[in-house]
Design a protein around this ligand. Sequence first.
Ligand SMILES: Cc1cc2nc3c(=O)[nH]c(=O)nc-3n(C[C@H](O)[C@H](O)[C@H](O)COP(=O)(O)O)c2cc1C
Length: 214
Amino acid sequence: MQHNLKELRKEYSMAMLDELHTNADPILQFKKWFQEAMDAQIIEPYAMTISTVNSAHRPSSRVVLLRDVSEEGFSFYTNYLSRKGQDLAVNPFAAVNFFWPDLERQVRIEGKIVPLEAGISDAYFASRPRGSQIGAWSSPQSEIIDSRKVLEDAVENYIHQFEGKDVDRPQHWGGYCLIPDYIEFWQGRESRLHDRICYFQHSDGSWVRSRLAP
Ligand SMILES: Cc1cc2nc3c(=O)[nH]c(=O)nc-3n(C[C@H](O)[C@H](O)[C@H](O)COP(=O)(O)O)c2cc1C
């Protein structure tokens, strides 16, 4: 490797974050930051790393695309039989991370994941490009396959199967919603003295805002 990783560092000085300038509702605060990420033309600011934990307590992380945010939570779509789907079947708790480097911001979200209602997944699936719909049928996500050809043959097969018809949603493919009980907003500051404003949810549903040491 050409670079000495220990010497690579960046000072963060773009902005500050304090208790007074954050919304009391963390979902509204997320929407504000998300809009700012869109305005800053960050590439795919809706790409988020989600970590799940399997039955042997081993975590694993991967990127998925955020497809909806509401007061209920954060939604994404995937294969229910995938590694993440299997993890979530035994342990519904997950953690999500957004890193928006151009804004020197990170958002961390934790909570419980529930599958979306079938009708919501149907509607989203119907809105996807046909190639992605065929892909959902063709890919046994997370399984070992012998070669790329296995995938290409499956695609050919499903193109033929659905010729002249709408592609319906496979039962093994659909959405999940992360219902948050912890959301943290991180703004990089000078000398690593970053701002961290976090929200914990009480059992009555109300949110408590606190500052964490960086
Ligand atoms: C930018 C980006 C977006 C992705 N979006 C999704 C997605 O929305 N849903 C999905 O299932 N996988 C998505 N993936 C692929 C996942 O990262 C991962 O490879 C796949 O879901 C299998 O993960 P698993 O084996 O841990 O279940 C995306 C990957 C990248 C890099």
